[in-house]
Ligand binder design. Structure first.
Ligand SMILES: Nc1ncnc2c1ncn2[C@@H]1O[C@H](COP(=O)(O)OP(=O)(O)OP(=O)(O)O)[C@@H](O)[C@H]1O
Ligand SMILES: [Mg+2]
Length: 352
């Protein structure tokens, strides 16, 4: 990009010449007036008084000129910036300073104004994100809390038989688990975003780690009569085993959740040079292109009727982890036919 030339405030070459010419004219006038007075009188006292008056008038003229120049070039933009920063400090992010000069004639004040505009736009965006986040979290907590309250009051009713009591207790446990999961995910995401989670890299067997995650899901997979096929290369990796566990768990849990009974899930791990490529495919409900464009956003869930299952934070976490560890994630899907999530972990393969 072409580097922009910024004009200094209160100084320009043309301005300096104009100022020089003005002083020269004033000096010339002073000399002419002095000659004129000397030609007409020999009274030294009078000459001194007239010269003094002349000096006062010319000095006042120069001061007035400088005063107006400062007012226009320094005081006016300073006041404009000051009032804008006062508004921002009081929480008003609607500020947008009008920059009078054209882009190629920017001076330092215009540059400060441009930066103030950029800062307020950024603050406005963060404010919107914060409000959205708070309303999403409140919404996600309110629903299970209402379930807990209702079922707890049902438990206090007389004549609840053992069987019903157990089923109420199960519902309460699963609703409270939903809140715990939500808070755990928010904390993890927050730590990842604030870069508080140091990606403790270690040498570990990626094939074993992936297999362990798959084994954890086997009971669920069997429950839904899903056929599972795995094709794993033997890969030793240098990366964060614990962070990657989040990735495998979320991708496999989604595949199971969004695949109907009797469907298929296949998981593969391939070594491609220094990179490791992991694919999780399912023959589930699939994802439309509109939904696909948003699945990595926090709290986004494609099908609101499934909002009971999860909070829409899983893939946001997955994406963040992949970004932190240096990799890529992509999705290919066809509505009604299934989805394939591909994770590429760059430069993780350890050959020793
Ligand atoms: N394998 C998949 N098949 C179909 N849709 C999917 C799949 N994986 C994700 N999605 C879509 O992407 C959305 C976001 O997924 P994400 O994992 O972030 O949230 P979630 O699974 O709904 O909730 P959570 O992960 O918090 O339990 C899902 O709600 C779903 O609409
Ligand atoms: Mg999920």
């Amino acid at each position: 990009m072409k580097k922009r030339k910024i004009r200094n405030v209160g100084f320009s070459f043309a301005g300096a010449i104009a100022f020089f010419v003005l002083i020269a004219i004033i000096m010339q006038i002073a000399i002419l007036v002095y000659d004129y007075i000397c030609d007409r009188t020999d009274n030294v006292g009078m000459i001194a008084v007239l010269i003094l008056i002349l000096i006062v008038i010319l000095s006042a003229f120069c001061t007035a000129f400088d005063f107006i120049r400062r007012k226009i070039t320094i005081e006016r933009p300073t006041k404009k910036i000051l009032s804008a920063t006062e508004k921002i400090a009081s929480g008003d992010f609607s500020v947008n300073l009008n920059i009078e000069h054209s882009y190629d004639k920017y001076d330092h004040y215009d540059l400060i104004m441009e930066n103030v505009n950029k800062m307020t736009a950024e603050l406005k965006k963060t404010e919107i994100l914060k409000v959205d986040f708070i309303s999403n979290v409140s919404h996600e907590i309110k629903t299970p809390l209402a379930v807990i309250q209702n079922y707890c009051s049902l438990l206090t009713c007389d004549g609840v038989d053992e069987e019903t009591r157990k089923s109420y207790a199960k519902t309460i446990i699963s609703a409270s688990k939903k809140i715990t999961d939500l808070i755990t995910n928010i904390l993890k995401l927050n730590k990842l975003e604030n870069q508080e989670i140091v990606d403790n890299k270690e040498v570990f067997n990626l094939t074993e780690a992936l297999s362990e995650s798959v084994i954890d899901f086997e009971p669920l997979i069997e429950n839904k009569n899903i056929t599972l096929s795995c094709d794993f290369d033997d890969v030793t990796a240098v990366s964060s085993k614990t962070l990657l566990e989040l990735v495998w768990n979320n991708l496999i849990s989604n595949a199971v959740k969004f695949t109907s009974d009797g469907g298929e899930i296949s998981i593969s791990l391939k070594k491609i040079g220094d990179d490791a490529e992991i694919k999780v495919s399912d023959t589930g409900v699939g994802i439309s292109s509109e939904v696909g464009a948003r699945i990595f956003e926090k709290f986004y869930q494609g099908d609101p009727s499934r909002s009971e299952q999860g909070n829409g934070l899983g893939l946001a976490l997955v994406k963040k982890v992949i970004d932190v560890l240096g990799g890529e994630i992509s999705v290919e899907s066809e509505l009604g036919k299934g989805s394939t999530f591909t994770v590429l972990l760059k430069g993780v393969v350890n050959e020793r």
